[in-house]
Design a protein around this ligand. Sequence first.
Ligand code: PLP
Length: 459
Amino acid sequence: MQPDQLIALDRAHLIHPVSPWRTHEERGPTILSSGRGAYLTDANGNELLDAFAGLWCVNIGYGQQSVVEAAARQMSRLPYATGYFHFSCEPAIELAAKLVELAPASLRHVYFSLGGSDAVDSAVRFITCYYNATGRPAKKQFISLERGYHGSSSFGAGLTALPAFHRGFDLPRQEQHYIPSPYPYRSPVGNDGAAVIAASVAALRAKVAALGAENVAAFFCEPVQGSGGVIVPPKGWLKAMRDACRELDILFVADEVITGFGRTGPMFACEHEGVEPDLMTVAKGLTAGYAPMGAVLMSDAIYAGIADGTPRGVPVGHGMTYSAHPVSAAVALEVLRLYQEGGLLANGQAVERHFAEGLQALMAHPLVGDARHLGLLGALELVSDKASKRGFDPALGLSDRLFAAGYRNGLIYRAFGDNILGFAPALCYTAEDFELMFARLKKALDEVLEAPDVRKALA
Ligand code: PLP
């Protein structure tokens, strides 16, 4: 089909995730047609360097033939096997065991979902079931972070604390509560790491006290807040929150949907601080986007609470037709092999300094107020006044212009609504890829800066 035809059909029929529907109809889609390594080609033949790994998921880069072959082998051998009625299949079993081997030691059991939203949703259902099964049915209140993102299921979108996911959807629910983000650049307690951590712990304690610990089920957080603007907490924050949850007798859930699988350096971000969560959600890098899959991992205590609290022979009523899908599991096993034996995790760690240096160098740019990263997950925050950290008038429509400038210069990144640029380069990036990425990024920023209305906003 010709690009024009595709565009017309897309406008007419395809609903895009988290998009302004009418604006999309007017604008039309940007159609991508192929990818290799860190590079994409669009339907007009433009080659683009992807600095966002698709949607922070294609951690291994595009075109990894061994993954394609693993999927094809599994498809021809057994394309589907249900996990219902006690059936199982080899790749799902191997993958569950492998994840338990790789994950923090507290996590011993795995339920597979199709992505991150339903991993979070499954975690909520299991937590609810756990407290009911263990005789504490009042523990039903959930706490998460402002600017947090935990997907867009009916309940998860209320753990998410971003206005677009609440507006028009009757969220948050009354059992969903937020505490401020550990956001060093904009924290009211300043940029001091220890103060930011102390403020978060105090906020969690205060929220639990207000709700009554006997009513609080869990605290959900991302080790680095992704969709809220790549907010990197100070070192020690995750451990402090984990410890506070233990002390407050509430469950600690690490949502590693973005941060898992080498994105921040180690296999999981929890490893930076030796954190052992009660539950952990993963997706994205698990299959690197080559097939849909997510998972929720849980501790022995949660598993046993549900298993032993459910009458013998009675099913635990949570399931999905495609849970532990054999093709996705075969893909994930090969992706994990590429991270480990294939050297991609090590490469990501080795090239991190190029990412860090490139971001840091752009602090000198007139538009850049903050540069932050952990591993290969990073952001630039653009401001109109570096001293006061003032942003830009939304009427300038800067984020769309920033995205367009990147694209014109052959670079894809995330341009958040509040003028934060998000980056998540694939772990296969080379030093040369970073050189090109930052050259293109600087050009894009310079172009935006040249616009008279932007210059005026800076004055
Ligand atoms: N949790 C986090 C931290 C995420 O970043 C995302 C997606 O970006 C999700 C959950 C939802 O995952 P999915 O989009 O696969 O449903």
